[in-house]
Structures are given as C-alpha cells and as structure tokens.
Design a binder for this molecule. Structure first.
Ligand code: FUB
Ligand code: ZN
Length: 649
C-alpha cells in the first residue's frame, strides 16, 4: 500500500472543515450508544488512514471517470440526454452514481482536500439529478418512458433501490455540508415514494431492499414521520408473497417469510443484509423490541453458520446468495464485496442498538478481511467476489475494460455490474464514523486506529482522547486523554473475542488482565492521562466447525483481527494444492504474517481422484510455510492462494 498518493495527505487534518460533528451515516434517536460524526472522530494515521487517502483521491476519481466513460453520469448531466429514459447502464446504474455522490460527500466532510476536490462535483451531479427528476418527484434514467413504464418490474427493476441510494446520498450531502440541492431532490423523491406506495397506492415492495434503511435515515434527518411510516409499511409487506412470481425462489428476495418470522438470513446476500439494516433502523425508531431481537437473532445465526472466516457472506454464485448452514466452500466463496459492506452496516446498527461488543468484532473482521482485501493498493482495481482459495494462478492484471467475470482474480478496474466499487468507497470515506460512540456517562472505542476523538457526553461535558497504535501489526493501543471535563466518566475499550490474555494499564495504576468483551476505566481523568491496552496479536490457529465439510481437516491462521493465507510467491516453488501444515508446531511471527512447519507432499497416485486406499504420499522434508495477511494477496502478480490449510495427520 502506498503511503499517500496525492495532496490530500497534507490537508486532511487541517482545521477548515464545516461543522461535521453530526456527519454520520446512521443517526438513531435512541439506542444503547450514540455514534459520533466525522467531525468528532478523525483517523490520523495507520492502516485505515492509508486506505482513506487512496479512497478519497484515486478511487473516487476512478469511479467518476468510469461512470463518465459509460455515460452513467451524463445520463443526468447532459441536457440532451435528460428525459430520454433509456439509461445506458443496467437498471441499477443510477444507484452507482448516487453511491459515488455519497462517497464524495463523506470525503468532503472527512478531509479539507476532499472538500476542495469533490464539492463542485457533488454540486454538478446533484444539479443533473434534479434536472432528471419528474415534477412529481420520480427519478430514474431508465424507467418511466414508454418502453419501460414506471414500476412495471418491481422484482428486478431496482427503481426503489435506486431511490434509496439517492436518499442516502442526500442525507450524506446534508450532514457533511456538501449539499447543494441534493437533499431537496431526495425529499421530493421520498415524497413520491410515499405517495405511490402509501395507503391506497401500489401494494408492493422493491425486489432489492435499500429504500427501507434510506427512508428511516431521511426521517431521522428531516424528522418527517411519514418516511418512517413508509419504511415500516415496506418492511411489513415483505414476506407475504408480495412480489410477482419469478424464476428465482422467493427467498432470493426475502419475500418468503415475514421478517420477524425468519430464523436466519437467506437468499441474495446483499438484499438480505440491506433489508435487515432497514428493519433494525425501523425497530429502533418505533421501539419495536420484538423486531430488533428477531433481526439480531438472524444475524447471530448467520454469523455462526453462514459466514466465512473473513466475515464474507454468500457462498453461491447462483443468485449471489447465502448457502444453507455450513455450506462455506473456500474455493467457491462468492463473498461479494457489497455483502461485506452491508454486513458492516448491519453490525454497526446492532452495536448501536444493543451495545453488544460482538457486533464490533464482526465489523472489524469484515473490514480487515473483505473490504480491505477488495481494493488494490492504487485504489483503481477491485475484487467483486472474494474467494478464499485460488487454485490456478490469477491472470496478469486485466486491461482497462469492464469485465463480466466476478471471481477468480485478479482485481479488475471495472465490472459490468460495478456495485461494489462505489459501495466500498462510501464506506471507507465515512469509516471514521464507525470507530467510537458515546453514551450518557462515557466514551467507547470499538475499533483501533491512530485517531483524535472529541465529543460531548450525554450530560453535555466535553471529552477528548487521542489514540495511538500500530494495530493490527502490534497490539498496543495507547489512549491519551486530551480533554477532561472534571468529574468521573468512563472510557470503554473493546477487547476482541480472540484477545485471551489482554492486559489493561490505567493511569498510574497496575496492569490488570481483561477478558474479551469490554474493559471499562471509570475515573475523574485528567488531561494527559493514558490508558494502555495490550492485545495479544501473535499468530494463532483457528479450526473450522466440523460441519463445514468443505474445509474439514484444515486450519487457518489469524493474527489479531487479520486472517492469514498462504500465497504461492512465498512458498519457494511449493504447490499450494499439496501443502500440509503442522498445527502442533509453533506458529511464529514473520512480519505482519507468520511462518509454520509444514510439507508440500504431492500424492503418489496422481490422476486417480478416487481409490480404494488412502493415497500414498511422497516422503517429504519439513518445509516452512509462509503466511501473509489475506487482504494483501494478489498484489504481486499472478498467484495461487489458500486460507484453509490441510493439517498433517
Ligand atoms: O442488484 C444490485 C447489485 O448488483 C446487488 O446488490 C449486487 O449483488 C449485484 O447484483
Ligand atoms: Zn457489489
């Protein structure tokens, strides 16, 4: 990863941003924890800062360039194209422009460089969207003409899905001060949706959920009850065979079972996760504990049975869908980047609602092992699917063209379906808002990065801390108090589930062991006080549930929150299809990865896949197997890779 790639590096902590204290993607009016905004949390260095730098310049620019090239933006901005209603992308291309607008907005709230760079683009694109909007509020560049009448294909048309992304972009623009009319356009679009799908309107839902969380967030921003009511209406309608009959089964759309009756997430992964986000948002705002508990239980079960070790979700290419419980083949992992982003969104919502640190664990896992893996070092190519086992070498880097294939590496600059790229961009630009929360009596740190945090507690007292760490390469997190209001308050630090043996040192106090969960320091802090958390990030083995047949007999190595993998360039010519590791031997540190004793043992009777005897193996010397962070794989040219490593008997 390059340290910095453009002038944003020098400007993103300069003190000239508008007040972005409230700039966050999710702003519940109630819940266990209050999320902080981009003006309250600034990531100042380290792993995520580097990725934010690349995201804020090259990635956003790359997405913009491609959308211009394909005509997706000029379907809005070109006066000659407006009203054509024959949009040049697929039916959800408008949503990519909206996600780009959202990413640009968050970036302009995150950094001064971002504000300089993207405000004008937000204004230009916003004007284009407003120009395409019909007088009654409807917006879509592809539907609404004679060939494709409005709402003529609720299953696959994505009109409400696109509208949802418009609403989220409008909210981001408003909360970051980047708004130049986008919120107004979004409100008019939402008014239209309430009119068209409200009481007496179309009794339908969108085949792709997204409008639901978007309406709730717009309601939070504008305090308009009818947007929340409409979100609840969509949620209640789903699961009653509301959508028309299609070749896919109803679980694909989550239209098989009412939300609160389901046990687990199923069907198309991104759809299921966005729907769950909307359900949590609505449950929180309406005080519907039953709904909140139902979605939390579904997500918990999904994490336990339908999630890759990376936090990735979706094991079927067909339907981009969840498999049944424990169907988690490494070499066929779909694990779409969008599903990773959506899981991060859901984990964050559940963390805010419940205060349960296990959701911060889930968020961390998917950030380091799906989102970070997806984006290339230069921010200009991406994984759509995130396999856990690449058997044949990835091809050389693909040319600057849109690809149709989703899996099998290498990262590609663009896809015919390019949902994942601006999705990762909007998450990375707003990542500061996923680090910390406050409640009445204290501040909670959920993710660790070099950061400055300043906010007010529920009782109005200002507090501030500076976090300094080389996490996840090392496990020491130092939190220095920069603003202490007087009187006691609590500083809560998450202790990840894997961190058995973690130690906490309070200012001037003894070191004490802390168990996974949270560690709380409650005292009258003074400025300069430091709390140190030491997390054991030495490499460790992880073993799969035996019901995951695809990886039975294997182990994976992890280091802190980072999943490791074996990649071919590090194995001295050893073929990863033949690798076997000794999980009884010491797993040793090696840079940000690990090394372990193992062997590369090709079976002697190659060529016969099924025999009546266990295949004999060549005698082979013990060899060192080298492991690197999974998120770093496929950055050194063509390679093979595997996360799950067969164990020596
Ligand atoms: O349908 C819109 C997006 O495209 C979905 O969320 C992705 O899974 C991809 O199919
Ligand atoms: Zn995607």
């Amino acid at each position: 990863m390059t340290e910095s790639t453009d002038s944003l590096a020098d400007t993103d902590t300069a003190p000239a941003l508008p007040d972005t204290a409230g700039a966050r993607p999710v702003a519940p009016t109630r819940g266990a924890l209050r999320p902080l905004g981009l003006g309250e949390v600034r990531i100042t260095g380290g792993f995520w800062h580097r990725r934010q730098q690349v995201n804020g310049g090259p990635t956003i620019e790359h997405c913009r360039t491609w959308m211009d090239r394909l005509g997706w933006t000029s379907d809005f901005t070109d006066p000659a194209r407006r009203g054509a209603r024959d949009g040049r992308g697929l039916q959800f291309a408008d949503s990519e422009v909206y996600k780009l607008l959202e990413a640009m907005s968050w970036e302009s709230g995150r950094s001064v460089g971002g504000a300089h760079r993207w405000r004008a683009a937000v204004a230009e694109l916003s004007e284009g969207v407003a120009a395409v909007q019909s007088p009654d509020g409807y917006v879509h560049t592809g539907y609404g003409g004679p060939g494709r009448p409005r709402y003529s294909d609720l299953g696959f048309g994505h009109e409400l899905y696109c509208a949802g992304h418009l609403l989220q972009a409008g909210v981001a623009a408003a909360r970051t001060g980047a708004d130049s009319g986008l919120l107004e356009t979004a409100r008019r679009a939402a008014d239209h949706v309430c009119e068209a799908f409200g009481p007496g309107g179309i009794h339908g839902v969108c085949g792709h959920p997204e409008i639901e969380p978007a309406l709730v967030e717009l309601a939070r921003l504008t305090r308009e009850q009818r947007y929340l009511d409409q979100a609840v209406r969509f949620l209640d309608r789903r699961g009653h065979r509301t959508l028309p009959e299609h070749a896919v089964d109803r679980a694909y759309f989550q239209d098989d079972v009412p939300i609160r009756g389901a046990r687990v997430l199923r069907g198309h992964a991104v759809r299921a996760l966005y729907l769950s986000c909307g359900a949590v948002d609505a449950a929180v705002e309406t005080g519907d504990e039953e709904l909140l508990e139902a979605v939390a239980a579904q997500y918990d079960r999904t994490l336990d049975r339908r999630t890759y070790i990376t936090g990735g979700m979706g094991s079927h290419y067909a339907g981009e869908a969840f498999g049944d419980d424990f169907v988690l083949p490494a070499d066929r992992a779909y694990s779409e980047t969008c599903a990773g982003v959506a899981s991060a969104m859901l984990a964050w919502r559940l963390l805010l609602a419940t205060g349960e640190p296990r959701y911060a664990d889930a968020l961390e896992r998917v950030l380091y092992n799906v989102v970070a893996a997806s984006v290339a070092d230069d921010g200009r190519s991406f994984f759509y699917a995130n396999t856990l086992h690449q058997r044949v070498p990835t091809e050389p880097a693909v040319a600057d063209r849109a690809t149709r294939r989703f899996g099998g590496g290498p990262r590609a600059p663009w896809f015919e379906v390019s949902c994942c790229l601006p999705n990762a961009a909007r998450l990375l630009a707003s990542l500061g808002a996923y680090l910390a929360t406050a409640d009445h009596g204290g501040l909670q740190l959920h993710q660790y990065a070099d950061a400055e945090v300043r906010t007010r507690l529920g009782d109005g007292r200002p507090v501030g801390v500076a976090v300094s760490t080389r996490y996840p390469d090392t496990g020491t997190v130092a939190v220095r108090v920069t603003e202490a209001p007087g009187g006691p308050w609590s500083l809560t630090l998450r202790v990840p589930h894997w961190a058995e043996g973690a130690v906490l040192a309070e200012p001037g106090g003894p070191r004490r062991p802390v168990a996974p969960g949270t560690a709380v320091v409650h005292r009258a802090f003074e400025e300069g006080d430091e709390v140190r958390l030491e997390l054991p990030v030495h490499p460790r083995w992880t073993f799969p549930d035996p019901r995951i047949d695809a990886v039975r007999g294997c182990a994976a190595a992890e280091r802190g929150p980072v999943v490791l993998c074996a990649e071919s360039p590090d194995q001295g010519g050893g073929d990863l299809e033949d690798v076997r590791v000794d999980t009884g031997a010491e797993l040793k540190y090696a840079g940000d990865g690990a090394e372990v004793d193992g062997r590369f043992e090709p079976p002697l009777d190659n060529g016969r896949p099924y025999t009546s005897r266990e295949p004999a193996r060549e005698e082979a010397d013990t060899r060192t197997v080298r492991l690197v962070p999974y998120h770093r794989w496929a950055r050194r040219g063509p390679s093979t890779m595997r996360v799950w490593l067969p164990r020596l008997d």
